[in-house]
Design a binder for this molecule. Structure first.
Ligand code: FAD
Length: 264
């Protein structure tokens, strides 16, 4: 994304939109999901400082009039959409601090035996074992056979939490020995913390801020937010641009303070 900042339509559009049209679609550079290369980091240093964002809404009588960056700069706008994943409760602690539960599952990747195509597409689909609370994704692009204990895990702070994964290796290996015996001794080739940000039942939060009419809160992606990303984006864009009724299941009012998982 940052290899050629000037030529990147996304970055240029973002800057132009914020400066001239006062519409904000912002591409934060701090995501822990991305792994910036040294070149990308160097390029990022040359971007305007406000693109390294710590956005907080600036309020004025029931409306947000802008967002403030950590550098004290302010970006105006008409509508603000906060889709900050596991960081969302940190931005709105009073509202979401006890309604979005950020936890620390892990995903593990094992190397199938050389030449064995049973663990890659098309032989293997993505799968989930609801009874044992595990899911997996076949070996795509030689990344490894992905497998994860789909339990919420311990509470996790996305800024300070330890991201070296390994706590679930023994349990996952025991499961693989039973259900994927050919992978019993497969080497662990990678492991990641897969932060979940769950609402009480696991469904998305998509609603207006109750005190700031032009602020939208979009989150609760949990372990399924990536695959739903394009549809959630279209849904939110339509609501914001054209209006319409927000699905009851996504409303803030349905988000309780006690977890009872129903959506996986
Ligand atoms: C290792 C791993 C594996 C996963 N596997 C899958 C999978 O197989 N399938 C699936 O569907 N989902 C998966 N997920 C979950 C999925 O990635 C998330 O549900 C999804 O990314 C949520 O999207 P989001 O845009 O809401 O939040 P995020 O992708 O978390 O993005 C939030 C962004 O907000 C930024 N931000 C935070 N605070 C601020 C602030 N104050 N100001 C400005 N920006 C800010 C962050 O830097 C980040 O870029 C996985 C997640 C992880 C970590």
């Amino acid at each position: 994304m940052f290899d050629d900042v000037a030529a990147s339509p996304y970055t240029v559009a973002t800057i132009e939109m914020c400066r001239t049209q006062h519409r904000c679609i912002l591409a934060p550079l701090s995501t822990r999901l991305e792994k910036p290369t040294p070149i990308a980091r160097a390029k990022a240093r040359n971007l305007p400082s406000w693109s390294r964002l710590l956005l907080l809404p600036v309020e004025d009588g029931g409306l947000a009039t802008g967002v403030a960056t950590r550098f004290g700069e302010r970006i105006g706008g008409a509508v603000f959409i906060f889709a900050c994943g596991p960081w969302l409760p940190k931005l709105f602690p009073d509202l979401l601090g006890d309604r979005i539960f950020v936890t620390r599952p892990e995903v593990l990747y094992f190397g199938p035996p050389a030449g064995d195509s049973r663990f890659a597409p098309p032989a293997m689909p993505a799968w989930i074992d609801f009874g044992e609370e595990l899911y997996g994704i076949p070996d795509i692009e030689a990344r490894g056979f992905k497998i994860s204990l789909d339990r919420h895990g311990a509470p996790f702070d996305p800024d300070t939490g330890d991201r070296v994964a390994g706590e679930t290796i023994a349990a996952v290996r025991a499961y693989m020995a039973r259900r994927f015996p050919a992978l019993r001794d497969a080497p662990l080739v990678a492991a990641e913390v897969c932060q979940y940000e769950n609402t009480c039942n696991g469904d998305f939060l998509i609603d207006r801020h109750p005190g700031l009419e032009n602020v939208w809160l979009v989150g609760g992606g949990s372990g399924h937010g990536f695959k739903h990303g394009p549809v959630v984006g279209e849904y939110v864009a339509r609501l914001v641009a054209e209006g319409g009724v927000i699905d009851e299941r996504f409303r803030l009012a349905t988000k309780e303070k006690v977890q009872q998982r129903a959506v996986y």
